[in-house]
Structure formats: C-alpha cells, structure tokens
Design a protein around this ligand. Sequence first.
Ligand code: HEM
Length: 399
Amino acid sequence: MQSTDAVVGKSELPEAIRSRNGQLEPFEWYAEMRRSAPVHFDEERQHWDLFRYEETNRVLTDYESFTANRAGSENATDDDGAMFQTMIMVDPPGHDRLRGFVNERFQPGTLREYQPRIEELTEEVLDQIDGENRFDFVDEFAIRLPITIIAELLGIPAERRDEFKEWSDALVARPEDGSESSIKRSQERMQWAQQQMGQYFAQLLEERQDGSGDDLITLAATTEELSRGEQVGFCMLLLVAGNITTTNLLTNALWCFEERGITDAIRTGEIDRKQAIEEVLRYRSPIQSLDRVALEDVELNGRQIREGDVVTAWLGAANRDPELFDAPEEFRPERSPNRHIAFGKGVHYCLGAPLARIEADVAFDVLLDRFETIEADLTDLQPLRSLYGLESLTCTIEE
Ligand code: HEM
C-alpha cells in the first residue's frame, strides 16, 4: 500500500522553503520562480519543478508523456502475493477499470442524499469536543470529521468505529518530534495500522459479497472486475487520499477566515460560504505539489526533460499564476470564476472533490451556527510535516 507521502506527493521540500516560515508561506518563492525559472531543475533533489499554470496543466493532463506511477512507489500485494495498484498510480486505460465502478457514488447529486447525515455526524463530532471553551481545532474537529464521515460511507459497523478510528489515527500520526527514533516509531505504527485495516477490509469485503448493503465496501466487494487485493486497496486509498486532505481544508479555511477577519461575515451570509471555501482551496491548497515521471523526452518552456525524470508540478504556485487569476496574492472570498486546480486536473482529478466540498460547507455551517463566536490563535503557527496545513490551531469559542 502506498504511503500518504507517495499518494499526495510531499516528497522532500526544495531548500528554499524548508524553514518553518518557508513552509507556511512559500508563495513569494513561487512568484519569484514563476518569473525567473518557471521550469527549473533542482540539482539537490534531482527533480524538475514547475511553477506556472500552463506547464502544470500540461503535465497533469498529458498522461502519455507523464505517468502518475511515481518512481520508487512500491506496489502492494494481495494475500496470494499478486501485485496490484490503486487508481491514483495507474494511467489509462487501466485507470478506467479501477475508478469507473465508483464514479457515480461520488457525483454531487448522489452525495447530496447524504447531506442530512453529514450534518448529524458533524453535530456528533462537535458534541465530543474535549475542553470547554478552548480546544485544538485540528485534533478535536478537523481530523475527526472526515474519518467519521468516510467510516459511515464505507459502512464500518458502529461497534468497530473506535478501533477503526485508532487505525485511521495511526495512519496519519505525526512523529512526536524530528528525532530518528520517533520517526521510526510512527512509521512502525503506520505499518501496523495498514496491516490491521487491510485484514479488516478483506474480512468485510468477504462478508459483503452477497451485495445486500448499499455502502462503498459492498460496492467494491461486488465489483467483479477488481481482484480482492484491488478492492482492499480501493478502501485504503479512500482513507489515505481523503482524510488528511480534508482535515487541512477545514484547518486552512479557519486560518484564512480568521486571518482576514471574515468569520462573522461568513456566519451572517454576507460572504458566500461556498465561494469562500473555493478561495481557500486556491489560496492555501492542502496539496501544494504532485509528482509525475516523464515517459519520453519532452521540451517544456524551452527546457529539455528526459525520459525517467521526476517532475514536480506546484499546484500552490499554479493557483497563484497571474496569467489565470487577477490579484492572485489576495484572498478574495467572492472570487468568481475560480479555476483553481487544488483537486488536480485530468484523469486523476480528485474523486472525492464533491464530498470534500460538502463536508467543508456543512462543517462551517454547523460550526458557526452552534458557536456564537469562534476565535483562532494565529500566533506561533507550526506547519504540518505531511501536507500543507497546521499542526494545531487553538480556538476559543462562546456557545
Ligand atoms: C480538500 C480535500 C481534498 C483535496 C485537496 C484533494 C486533492 C486531490 C488531488 C490533487 C488529487 C490528484 C492526485 C494526482 O493527480 O496525482 C486527488 C485524487 C484523489 N482523491 Fe482527493 N482530495 C481531497 C479529498 C478527497 C476525498 C474526501 C476523497 C475520498 C473520500 C478523495 C479521494 C481521492 C481519490 C480516490 C483520488 C485518486 C483519483 C484518481 O486517481 O483517479 N479525495 N485528490
């Protein structure tokens, strides 16, 4: 099974943005690179970096020249030792088989039926917040909500939810500090959780082969074109690709709203919530970069990419390209149209984008309705190690 890093592409950061501030605010560097070296070869990382919308778009849509099967990403194996991959690593035509069966379930229209349930689950997560009027928004809300919702969609039985949450937590667990021993500990826990979850999914898939449920595990179990290993891989992929990304959309949204002082205007409806969330996706994209590997020699903006070269497309930089956006460095919650590519582009365009949008919309609707005031402490923010977001965000609320 792929690690989160392999899926979401946060490989080693370029030196220019390795510092705390560089990670929190890489945008000046992006702007400088867009102007001075839009297609740049980083000798240290031996990667190409792309900063403009045009080349990013090309690399993500031209799967014949740039494969999503990132170099070095391990294949998973099923119980019989057969190798398999999930949709996120496979180019067409194989990709269609791995994704086609589930597309319908993630259409906005289909998901809208779940909206009332998503509202209920959001209320339940808020009910469980620990710590009276002051709590960590990341740990107590932004991590818990997406896991709770995906557990429901997959059809994890209520009595196994606690265990499931323990595994999901371990999958996204961050090392306590940067020491080798703590990094090793968190990797071991992650492997343990992957194994436990893999076995658990295999068992549920077996039980649901008769097709009596209408959850995602039943759907996968009854899809004959997928091997059992691929069915397990699909379930795991939803967790890896869908949870921390949405966690960081929620966190980055509160960060942006508080930074601009517009939380109340969103509460009253003076600023449109859905549009403001789109602007968060553009302005502080949870996934800042995606990797591809060149399948042939290609010229990009006058530079020669060679077959086998790794190319990093900086979504966070493309999302601030002045060729596409007016005043790109300004957070404009009313921006429309907003053609950001925070969910990627081309055949791998995020399967869960409609779900993430509904979750974020419902989350802020319920949250701002329940709490009369919510204030986030924006001092001393710490960047997340895995995606683009924050380690924690302390909030003070009044009910
Ligand atoms: C704000 C939240 C999210 C962001 C920013 C995000 C972003 C992305 C991006 C950029 C890609 C493209 C990867 C690539 O081209 O290599 C992607 C793919 C994917 N995402 Fe999301 N995602 C989010 C939420 C979700 C959710 C909630 C789910 C499912 C429950 C999900 C499932 C997937 C899957 C399965 C793919 C692979 C699609 C394919 O390869 O065809 N994502 N996501």
